[in-house]
Ligand binder design. Sequence first.
Ligand code: C2E
Ligand code: CA
Ligand code: CA
Length: 575
Amino acid sequence: MEKGRQGFVRRLGARLGVRAVAPGGAASDLDELLATSPDALIVHREITGEILAANKAAIDQYGWTLEELRQRTIMDLAEDADRETMTEAFANQLGTLVHVGEWQHRRKDGTTLWVSTTTQPMTYHDLPARLVIAHDVTHRHTTLEELTHQGTHDTLTGLPNRMLFVDRLNNALARSARGTRSLAVLFCDLDRFKIINDTMGHRAGDALLQTVARRLREAVRQGDTVSRFGGDEFVILAEDLGNDVDAIAVAEQLTTSLSTPLLLEGQEIVITASIGIAVGNASTHNAEALLRDADTALYRAKDAGRARHELFDADLRRQARERVNTESALRRALDAGELLVHYQPIISLDSGMVSGVEVLLRWETPTGELLRPANFLSVAEESGLIVPIGLAMLDKACARAGTWHRQVADPPTLWVNLSARQLTTPGLVAAVAETIDSWLPSPRAIGFEITECSLDPSDSLIEGVVGELAEMGVRIAIDDFGTGYASLSYLWRFPADVIKIDQSFVARLGEDREATVIISAMTQLARSLGKQVIAEGVETDNQLARLRRIGCDAAQGHLFAAPASAEIIERLLIV
Ligand code: C2E
Ligand code: CA
Ligand code: CA
């Protein structure tokens, strides 16, 4: 077909391009050519563009009859958007020999088509004219448009992707520069999506995301953008807002749209979202800053307990600045050796001896202040600094514990905290193995405490790393036990030797009966699975007595000793 077309065009060129068509015989020659062409051919007057003749293919292509076509100019065929450029091009092509172009034309029924045109001068019934070959290339354009669509949209939900969102945000900011109105970026993150996806399967998860996409889309104004950045993260651009209150109203609409329970594989699911909002305009923000602020606000919404929205305000701006300061100070502290390890003994309730020692991070600032992790750990986590810090602490602590093994009859187990961020850093297991090998007689001399919250049941990566550590022969403890959302199931899944009952339960011992019931249930279950139980944060004799009665193996807390430097703690070890 394509080959035939080219052959035809060449023959046509040979006949028409080289010699002008003479009236009479030549015109009928042309009429014959017109009739046999598989392409739409149109002849129009050179100057005015009035259509003089068209073949059947052209009539089929445009849907107009020959008479209707003859009442129009060639420019009338153009789609509105193309008409101006086409008129201009039409003027330019006057007097040229062959002219090639690609246009968007319109059929009689209003639908559009893309045509690739070749035009050449000729004489038609004594009139100076041009012959237009209009080849339909709509198909090529549709695939191009589809490709563009795919590159700028999320395939699962059909929503704009991050790239298109940022593009629209930039355009919206440019528009905002002309007026006094603001725009808002809303980061919307579904709560518990991972759990739903994990327990109900990916198909259900996909269906859920599609429903959410539709509901969010319906919750905002026509001109606003709802996009998906990936996972369960939807980002909304709302334009033409007066102030913060308008932006909060948008967040409330989004929340309301999600509040109706949805049916997923026959099950009714209630889904909530955490939303971070940043409001601004061209004079206050660029796109990057708005996205960053909305993201920061989202973190606060999640921290504050999810299912809520938070606005990035002056307070958050100050906090964000403080975090940046803390991060650079922490970086310096690591290099300057200001980060110290303190140790807290863990006492065996059977023997009363120090059976273990927990390593706790401290930051001694240049002003002599001793900072606890609560002041800087989240910054260390977020920035990734916890990884080099953790390895440096591990090295120091193992070196120290190595000396205990040479000097002490029954040296305590060294317990080291590992966060999710550390566990998911590639190379952790190898680095740990090397450090142990350098300082300790056996991997059994050390244990790692992993908080229950970082043992995300849907994260097989962490489960794999914990498995590798256990295989190496080190001990594993589940830290802050009882604070996660599926505590008991961990006891089966993770190769833990020890559970550490969170201090929030211990603190309630003796104050409410429930705490006693919970701790003894956790203890009995753990012991029936062959695991040891350590109670944290023991401060009073009363708590200790109750823990003994319940049957805990060991305890740690200010009642025995607060965390302190190695020199102080070593006085408690029996030489
Ligand atoms: P954690 O692992 O639960 O550590 C126990 C916390 O309880 C320590 O807080 C300890 O000082 C405190 N504590 C000990 N006895 C008592 C007591 O009787 N009463 C009360 N109220 N508290 C007591 P600290 O040292 O501030 O550490 C806080 C958290 O920071 C730790 O909680 C741990 O999750 C994290 N952390 C500490 N050092 C490291 C580290 O080297 N690496 C990592 N990844 N995390 C660390
Ligand atoms: Ca711990
Ligand atoms: Ca703990």
